[in-house]
Design a binder for this molecule. Structure first.
Ligand SMILES: [Zn+2]
Length: 95
């Protein structure tokens, strides 16, 4: 069982769901299933944007829709090369 707290209404519940997104039983909004890692989450959620961040500055935004596996890594590599930033210092955030 995974405990989930709704980011919209604050309701907390437990789920056995293996899906990447679960609906809040209280308000019905979709929440990320914290059970799942980021890569599979990228496959499932078509509306989410991710941003590539270095020292709190956004380097690039990408729509998750249609994003292929491995594309996050290659984007980080390209940004690292073109902007001369160590790969380990670029982080990825979900919007
Ligand atoms: Zn809710």
């Amino acid at each position: 069982m995974t405990k989930i707290k709704c980011k919209f209404c604050g309701h907390e519940w437990e789920t056995k769901s293996k899906y990447n997104l679960v609906s809040c039983p209280s308000c019905g909004n979709k929440n990320r299933n914290v059970n799942k890692d980021d890569e599979s989450y990228i496959d499932m959620d078509k509306k989410t944007k991710i941003k590539f961040v270095y020292q709190k500055k956004v380097l690039k935004e990408k729509n998750v829709c249609g994003l292929a596996k491995g594309e996050v890594d290659s984007t980080i590599e390209n940004l690292s090369k073109s902007k001369n930033i160590p790969i380990g210092e670029i982080s990825v955030e979900f919007l």
